[in-house]
Design a protein around this ligand. Structure first.
Ligand code: PLP
Length: 373
């Protein structure tokens, strides 16, 4: 048996007819950028996330970049975030001439630790915004983070790239902070056929700002109030995303069901002390973009899984404060021990909705085999 980390082909086969029909409609219209599909998708995503506004942009990275710009972040500012995330979170801060202030994570959820965040906010001058990342599909502790946002008067920008549909105490990711950022990269729970992203917000002023910034800071064509970017979502991607959005909730339920099944199989496998299964905070609904275990002898386990045909991945092997490009920050190994330990232990297993019970049993029995259990 072979189990891939992600199987997009099976999903595509189910929606192929609908997708090709809509792509043809867009091609026949010859209207490719910011058209009726983008507007409709924006309304649909806003409704799905429970946010008042949604603005389609070119990628998740650009969503973060434009959200930061709308929040007024620029040269010389500081933005607090986690070092245990995909590079785009911090890279977007740096691209604006601002500096990331890294804050360690909670060891159970892998999300930013609010206590460490408060220490950073109280000690560091010039922090203008915070980017909590809802890693692997689970929301960060937004109650505590929003309270810090109010106390220290900083904007809260949710990096919800991996977490469309995730809930924190009944509120959906992207509707909880000041701005929310989504990615439609193909491996995401709602993925397009290329790059795409979305910014959400309940604040009309911020929404207008992002809308203007995505078209070179212009409200009226060829008149530029601000310096923005070319960061638009195109019609073909929006048309595909509109089809996929209709399936998203059932796909998410499939992921949640698979996660529950893994939890059960792991508990029966007697792997305590070798493997920690994901921890979901009470009141959170994780959408399991990834099912991530902590594993002893992680790299050897991963090699074993590869040898028996099970795909896995490490998200992420090197925390951002230890990346070459951030040498200038003067941080080193040991600066964020919880993130560093996580980077050495995490392993993402296949969790896509179409995964079968037999495949999941094979994944866990292959892990048990490695530990001689
Ligand atoms: C946490 C996180 N932030 C930001 C991004 C950037 O999104 P994109 O690849 O669409 O630019 C991603 C996804 O790749 C991500 O996982």
């Amino acid at each position: 048996m072979k189990v891939q980390l992600l199987d997009l082909a099976t999903q595509y086969r189910k929606i192929k007819k609908e997708v090709l029909k809509e792509v043809k409609t867009v091609c026949d219209s010859q209207h490719y950028v910011l058209g009726r599909n983008v507007s409709a998708l924006e309304a649909e995503i806003a409704a799905y996330c429970g946010a008042r506004f949604a603005i389609g942009v070119a990628s998740g990275t650009d969503a973060i970049l434009l959200a930061l710009m709308a929040a007024g972040v620029g040269i010389g500012d500081k933005v607090a975030t986690t070092p245990f995330t995909f590079f785009a979170t911090a890279g977007s801060i740096s691209r604006l001439g601002a500096t990331p202030v890294f804050v360690d994570i909670d060891p159970k959820t892998f999300n930013i630790d609010p206590n460490a965040l408060e220490r950073a906010l109280s000690r560091t001058k010039g922090i203008k915004a915070v980017i909590p990342v809802h890693l692997y599909g689970q929301c960060a502790d937004m109650g505590a983070i929003n309270a810090l946002g109010r106390k220290y008067r900083v904007k809260i920008i949710e990096d919800a790239a991996q977490s469309i549909g995730a809930e924190y105490k009944g509120k959906k990711a992207g509707s909880i902070g000041d701005l929310g950022c989504f990615s439609f990269y193909p491996t995401k729970n709602l993925g397009c056929f290329g790059d795409g992203g979305m910014v959400t917000t309940n604040n009309e002023k911020l929404a207008k700002s992002v809308k203007m910034l995505r078209v070179h800071g212009s409200n009226v064509r060829y008149y530029h109030d601000e310096i923005g970017a070319n960061s638009r979502l195109d019609e073909i991607q929006a048309a595909i995303l509109r089809i996929k959005l209709r399936y998203l909730e059932s796909w998410t339920m499939g992921r949640i069901k698979n996660a529950g099944r893994y939890d059960g199989i792991f508990k029966k496998a007697g792997l305590d002390g070798f493997v920690d299964i994901p921890f979901i905070e009470e009141g959170n609904r994780s959408v399991y973009n990834q099912y991530v275990i902590r594993a002893r002898k992680r790299d050897a386990l991963r090699a074993h899984l590869a040898s028996v045909g099970v795909g896995s991945e490490i998200y992420y092997p090197l925390p951002l404060h230890m990346q070459k490009c951030y040498k200038g920050l003067g941080l080193k190994k040991g600066s964020f021990p919880v993130s560093e330990k996580a980077a050495a232990e995490v392993l993402a297993l296949p969790i896509y909705p179409e995964l079968t019970a037999a495949e999941q049993k094979f994944v866990v029995s292959s892990i048990a085999e490695f530990y001689n259990k």
